[in-house]
Design a protein around this ligand. Structure first.
Ligand code: COA
Ligand code: ZN
Length: 311
């Protein structure tokens, strides 16, 4: 039996938050349904931010409500503050992905408060969850700009570990360790993941990479070597933070699934179905730049997905 690895689709959130063209809710839901049918287990379907801040998510309630009817997936959503978490819980979302930044400068640019204030807000979100939906809603603590920041430059590893420890103590169900701007490199990934693991024990860690400088897949492999089996990725490599100068796309979902399968994991995801969906999204968003090697080159003749063949 192959070990399981989890690739979470964040294209509907990170992927489109900088896209100028408004993707209609019905298309977002088609994306969601087809990703689910391809075998993706968790899809970050929207972001509960003010529409003024990111207009693409003015339809967050409609998309979240629709996504909750899609069978077989965890429909998660990004929340930047308590108000976002409240909106998510009210709508019945079962997994909230909170985000703060290890870089004080990026945190101020992104959510207009200090990192300490964001940590305090995380505590309030956990309290709200415990009061209203304990045992039903999971809350992930996301840490952005872990590997460096386009505003501040380097980010202290000690500070990253201290933040991870704090989020764990406050009750995070998972940590999402993010390279928001594509500064991470493989040995750094191993070092930081191991340092965080040392501080938080067996709390699950997910990695979130952007491929801005071409090291995305190498960083996934480094994460695997450090024992991580959860990765965020975006269909066609769309993505980027609107409040981080120079940010570009996430790692490409199709390539990430391919790498993990080649490393011997069962992702449960049908790559051909993902590529077909990506073609549809390319058609919907003709002005965007898509990346990814598998969509360009195709799968090798030797490629096998034993778990899918058996299914
Ligand atoms: N959803 C909807 N509305 C919200 C909200 C949320 N999550 N959070 C705050 N608001 C509303 C408030 O109710 C208030 O409305 P009002 O003017 O009608 O009273 C208004 O927005 C301002 O609220 P405030 O708490 O002062 O927020 P802010 O202006 O300091 O902005 C954030 C803080 C966190 C809401 C904003 O910086 C943000 O959304 N950042 C996320 C950016 C992002 O998406 N980055 C990429 C992903 S990492
Ligand atoms: Zn991101």
């Amino acid at each position: 039996m192959r070990a399981k690895a989890h690739v979470r689709e964040v294209g509907l959130r990170d992927g489109i938050q900088m896209v100028a063209a408004m993707l209609p809710a019905e298309r977002k839901l088609e994306w969601c349904r087809r990703a689910a049918a391809a075998g993706v287990g968790e899809i970050e379907v929207t972001s509960f931010v003010p529409p003024k801040v990111v207009p693409q998510f003015a339809d967050a309630a409609e998309v979240a409500t629709g996504a909750l009817t899609v069978p077989g997936i965890t429909a998660s959503a990004l929340v930047p503050n308590l108000k976002g978490a409240e909106r998510g819980i009210d709508l019945g979302i079962r997994k909230l992905n909170y985000v703060l930044s290890a870089s004080e400068e990026h945190n101020l640019a992104n959510v207009r408060r200090t990192t300490d204030e964001s940590i305090a807000d995380f505590g309030r979100i956990i309290a709200l969850r415990d009061a209203r939906a304990k045992g039903e809603v999971r809350v992930a603590g996301g840490i952005a700009t872990v590997f460096g920041c386009t505003i501040a430059g380097s980010v202290s590893e000690k500070r990253v570990v201290a933040i991870a420890e704090r989020l764990a103590e406050l009750g995070a169900d998972e940590l999402v360790v993010a390279d928001t701007v594509g500064y991470a490199s493989p040995f750094q990934v191993k070092r930081i993941v191991r340092a965080i693991q040392g501080a938080v024990g067996d709390l699950p860690i997910a990695l979130h990479f952007h491929d801005t400088r071409g090291l995305g897949m190498a960083n996934v492999a480094a994460g695997v070597e450090a024992g991580v089996t959860r990765f965020d990725a975006s269909l066609g490599g769309l993505g980027g933070c609107p409040f981080a100068p120079g940010a570009t796309g996430n790692i490409d979902t199709e390539d990430c699934v391919y790498l993990l399968e080649e490393l011997g994991f069962d992702t449960g995801i049908d790559i051909e179905a993902l590529v077909a969906l990506r073609r549809t999204v390319e058609y919907w968003l003709p002005d965007e730049r898509f990346s990814g090697a598998i969509a360009r080159a195709g799968l090798p003749k030797t490629f096998r997905q034993p778990a899918l063949e058996a299914a």
